[in-house]
Design a protein. Structure first.
Length: 360
């Protein structure tokens, strides 16, 4: 990298022209880089961004937004209804609150919600609808994406509409950033909690969610890796399920069957909010609430009551609100400054009965 001498430059007044002069480029090229627009080569972009950081350049995003007009951000998430209120509603709230707090930048939110019937995966139709809304400056999309929708997202990239994924990561869709919980670590923590609470041994019953959902798969992999490393022959019975009422009823029935017919089950957990509701009900209906160590996922009224009653000993909090907020923040930085983190991991926390007041 260049050896820049910025000691005599007032960092509060660095302009695009200053950076252009230092980089031996035209102001127009520097503007394209700092605005995140296509055109400059990768090495040129890297050099300009490096100099901008070294020189302390700060884009006046509010002034830029006035020149640009309204900046429209699209969001593709499950519709807020039924079970989606347990987990996805806080993601919606995080995005909306970020937009409200940055209203001075003339941001406008366009919501593309979809009904999650058999699967929570983002369908191709809703991505196509958003892509054909040619006034969008960027998209926030749930990272669980149907295979048919992935080419549509790549076309968003080709149309210079940056995409930030939230809750799960997926390669090959042209995203500029992903914001998600530490899902694999979450699974390992669950595994450790349950193994330590059952020193006499025994197997785990796991509500594993949709098998194709990256976040769920990472959590389950974390559980299995921990018990493989520390569980001395234990195994996990994994129950997968979809998102219809029929699927949830089927899950509860399967849980009761396992709890009644598999005496080797020593503990249980869920890596999803929906599964947590069904697991708590199955434990209580089977008379095993408080007798089998159990860990639920996420914080919402039903889970809070299950923790207070002792049906769950712990909850794993993935902070979906902060995931939504950070996704909007990363997209904002990319649109206005041309930079974003490749990945942002939102801290996962273990919630106990004693620490519950901190969360509710």
């Amino acid at each position: 990298m260049e050896n820049t001498n910025t000691s005599t430059m007032n960092k509060n007044t660095v302009t695009i022209k200053d950076i252009a002069q230092m980089a031996s480029l035209s102001p127009a090229t520097v503007h394209l880089v700092l605005s995140g627009k296509p055109g400059p080569k990768a090495e040129t972009r890297e050099r300009v961004l490096y100099l901008a950081r070294q020189m302390g350049y700060r884009c006046n995003a509010a002034a830029s937004s006035l020149k640009r007009g309204i900046t429209r951000i699209g969001v593709i998430l499950p519709r807020q209804e039924g079970g989606n209120l347990l987990y996805y509603a806080p993601i919606w709230s995080g995005v909306r609150d970020f937009m409200k707090e940055h209203a001075d930048y003339r941001l406008e939110l366009e919501e593309f919600s979809y009904e999650s019937r058999k699967s929570i995966s983002v369908p191709a139709g809703i991505v196509k609808e958003a892509r054909e809304t040619d006034r969008l400056s960027g998209l926030i999309v749930l990272g669980d994406i149907d295979p048919a929708a992935r080419p549509e997202l790549l076309q968003c990239r080709d149309c210079h509409v940056p995409v930030v994924l939230v809750n799960s990561d997926m390669q090959g869709v042209g995203r500029v950033c992903c914001v998600q919980a530490e899902n694999y670590l979450l699974g390992k923590i669950i595994g450790e909690i349950l193994v330590r609470q059952t020193p006499g041994g025994g197997n785990l019953l796991v509500c594993a969610g949709e098998a194709t959902t990256p976040a769920n798969a990472a959590s389950v992999r974390g559980i299995e890796d921990y018990i493989h490393e520390h569980g001395a022959g234990r195994k996990a019975y994994k129950l997968y399920y979809g998102y219809t009422l029929e699927e949830r009823c089927k899950l509860r029935k399967e849980l009761r069957t396992y709890l009644a017919e598999q005496p080797d089950i020593a503990c249980c957990c869920s890596v999803t909010a929906r599964g947590s509701v069904e697991l708590a009900c199955a434990l209580e209906e089977s008379g095993l609430a408080g007798k089998l160590p159990a860990v639920g996922s996420d914080i919402f009224p039903q889970n809070v009551e299950s923790l207070r009653r002792g049906t769950f000993q712990n909850l794993m909090f993935k902070n979906p609100y902060r995931q939504g907020w950070f996704a909007a923040e990363q997209l904002f930085h990319y649109i206005f400054h041309g930079t974003a983190e490749d990945a942002v991991l939102v801290k996962t926390e273990v919630v106990f009965q004693s620490s519950l007041p901190m969360y509710v």
